[in-house]
Design a binder for this molecule. Structure first.
Ligand SMILES: Nc1ncnc2c1ncn2[C@@H]1O[C@H](COP(=O)(O)OP(=O)(O)OP(=O)(O)O)[C@@H](O)[C@H]1O
Ligand SMILES: [Mg+2]
Length: 581
């Protein structure tokens, strides 16, 4: 009967209930009163039977009996409503808490998790808390109190029958004690399986065209169905144990009923016991099924809730970003950057991706990063955004270690266009305003013109208010890149990080974007990663990154003569861009 003790999980569970403790308390009290009103009925019934024997009027007692029944039902109704309400509130609190937690997580923690699994914790596990935190906790208390009161009264009525009843209760307790941990385990397995199917489903929906193009539907269906069947099996296992536990209650009470009837009947015949006492005792026994059933139900719900809480706790334990506001407000000028022997690996077991990068970048001007695929260019940008921390060395912004800046302030000063330029589902305008929601209409129009998006906006049915689809998939690759650039420009950052933003542009657009970037570089620090060289050749400085180190840095003319890798790169790439122009 006793749920397995897991202090942190219990503490967390109670933490969810705490803000609603008054509603739960009142709800519980009402339910308890309703229960007690029911418990008083057998006594009234006994008095009634006694009265029948004496031939006195029974109107008063009958009224009392009806009154008790009505009042009990009404009070229990209000109590039930209050508890349900508190249950909904608990789910609300849990979801909001999880939302805040998820959004404060560090980039690597989220990247290591499956989004679909996190989503299932948000939707499905939180829902499981509803009953637990209110009904189950209250039922645990009310059920115990009502049962104890009834059992005590039964003891007062007749000790022999009481002994029989107690033995039966003990049996129920033993069966329940064995079943509860099983319910917890099965429920947790079911939720894990639900999370896994969620993750698999997300994988498919996130790459739907790839799945179709690969003809992988059947395989994916089979994989997802394996997961749903796992969840089903675990659910059924939990149901099996629940019905064993609950069934034991009914069975035991019925058995007790028969035994009590037999022994009690004999005792009444011999005159050792009054008939009214036997009637009252049997009624008690009859009514006892409910609080005990309630107790058992509460116990199994609690197990399910604890399983859910443990899954939520796993998210709570994932490391969050430090967002202390200690740093100064960022200035609006360009940002001077220094990389000082920066080393970095994505995981302790993974190879070093940056192997001692040292580099100075003055405020304002255009710096281009070139180098083979996998050299570590995008990683440098990710470190500037502090998605990851260097494992050794320092990065200084305006002479201050990045780690000392206020994180939000630091990021507010950066305009970052990721390599695959992901947009968010929503309208074009929402995407443009995403980095600076208070931008004016004029800012938006400026950025649209700069990023050469005018013709796109004119063409769209609702202009800026046209939805762009999940990750912007209603737009072409090049359009997405330009929207992402416009979004970064609207922010008016001091540091602009552009990761391959021209890779999907045609020559005309590329040239236009190059001009925008050159203009921006007059007032801010612009770092670009580019494989196409038309932007690169005009950069103030070019940094050649190869295999995690800075191989060479200088202007185009310097590097062509000095660095064979760059010379080769320039020869092949310039050829390409020359043909395009
Ligand atoms: N999240 C990650 N977890 C583990 N390894 C990663 C992660 N991101 C990148 N890497 C690895 O780090 C190395 C550098 O990646 P990075 O993205 O910085 O290369 P890049 O120079 O930008 O290449 P490209 O020109 O292809 O974009 C690669 O070997 C890559 O496999
Ligand atoms: Mg890259």
């Amino acid at each position: 009967m006793r749920p397995s003790i897991d202090r942190p999980a219990w503490r967390m569970l109670l933490g969810y209930v705490k803000p609603h403790r008054r509603t739960v308390l009142f709800g519980g009290l009402f339910v308890l009163l309703g229960g007690l009103a029911a418990a008083a009925q057998p006594l009234a019934a006994k008095a009634l039977v006694d009265r029948l024997g004496t031939g006195d009027s029974i109107t008063g007692l009958l009224t009392l009996l009806i009154g008790l029944a009505l009042a009990g039902a009404a009070i229990a109704m209000v109590g039930g409503y209050l508890l349900e309400r508190a249950g909904e509130s608990v789910v609300l609190v849990a979801r909001n808490r999880l939302t805040r937690r998820l959004l404060s997580l560090r980039v690597p923690s989220v990247q290591r998790s499956e989004p679909g699994d996190l989503l299932s914790r948000f939707t499905s596990d939180t829902t499981l808390l509803r009953e637990v935190c209110t009904n189950a906790l209250v039922a645990l208390v009310t059920g115990s109190v009502t049962s104890v009161v009834m059992v005590v009264m039964m003891g007062a009525l007749d000790l022999v029958l009481f002994g029989v009843t107690l033995a039966v209760l003990l049996l129920v307790g033993l069966i329940a004690g064995a079943g509860m941990p099983m319910i917890e385990r099965a429920s947790r397995a079911a939720q894990v399986a639900v999370g896994e199917t969620g993750a698999r489903m997300e994988r498919v929906l996130g790459a739907f065209r790839t799945v179709k193009a690969a003809g992988a539907e059947t395989r994916e269906i089979a994989a997802i169905e394996r997961g749903t069947e796992d969840a089903w099996r675990a659910g059924v296992r939990s149901a099996r144990w629940e019905s064993v536990v609950h069934g034991s209650n009914t069975l035991a009470v019925q058995a007790a009923f028969l035994v009590v009837l037999g022994i009690g009947g004999a005792r009444v015949t011999t005159g050792a016991m009054q008939l009214s006492t036997l009637v009252a005792f049997l009624l008690f026994l009859f009514y006892l099924t409910e609080p005990i059933g309630e107790l058992l139900h509460a116990g199994s719900r609690l197990q399910i809730g604890l399983a859910a809480v443990r899954r939520l706790a796993e998210v709570e334990e994932m490391p969050a970003e430090f967002t202390g506001t200690t740093g100064p407000q960022p200035s609006t000028d360009g940002a001077a950057l220094v990389f000082d022997e920066v080393r970095f690996r994505y995981g302790p077991e993974l190879p070093e991706v940056l192997r001692g990068v040292s580099l100075e970048i003055p405020a304002t001007g255009l710096t281009a990063f070139v180098g083979p695929s996998g050299a570590g260019k995008s990683t440098l940008f990710a470190l500037l955004e502090r998605f990851y921390e260097p494992s050794a060395g320092r990065i200084l912004l305006d002479g201050r270690d990045l780690a000392d800046w206020d994180l939000a302030g630091l990021r507010a000063g950066i305009g970052y266009v990721e390599q695959d330029a992901p947009l968010l589902s929503g309208t074009l305008r929402e995407n443009l305003l995403y980095c600076r929601p208070d931008a004016t209409e004029e800012d938006v129009r400026d950025a649209v013109t700069q990023a050469r998006l005018d013709s796109l906006v004119d063409r769209l049915p609702d202009g800026l208010d046209t939805p762009v689809g999940h990750r912007g998939n209603f737009l072409s690759g090049g359009e997405r890149q330009r929207v992402a650039l416009a979004r970064a420009l609207i922010r008016r950052p001091r540091l602009l990080l552009l990761d391959e933003i021209t890779s999907q542009l045609d020559a005309a657009n590329e040239l236009a974007i190059r001009d925008v970037v050159m203009t921006a570089a007059k007032t801010m620090t612009v770092l670009v990663v580019a494989h196409r060289l038309s932007t690169v050749t005009e950069a103030d400085r070019i940094v050649v990154v190869d295999n995690g180190i800075v191989r060479a840095a200088g202007t185009h003319d310097e590097l062509v003569g000095r660095d064979p890798l760059y010379a080769e790169f320039a020869a092949t790439q310039l050829l390409t861009s020359g043909r395009e122009e």
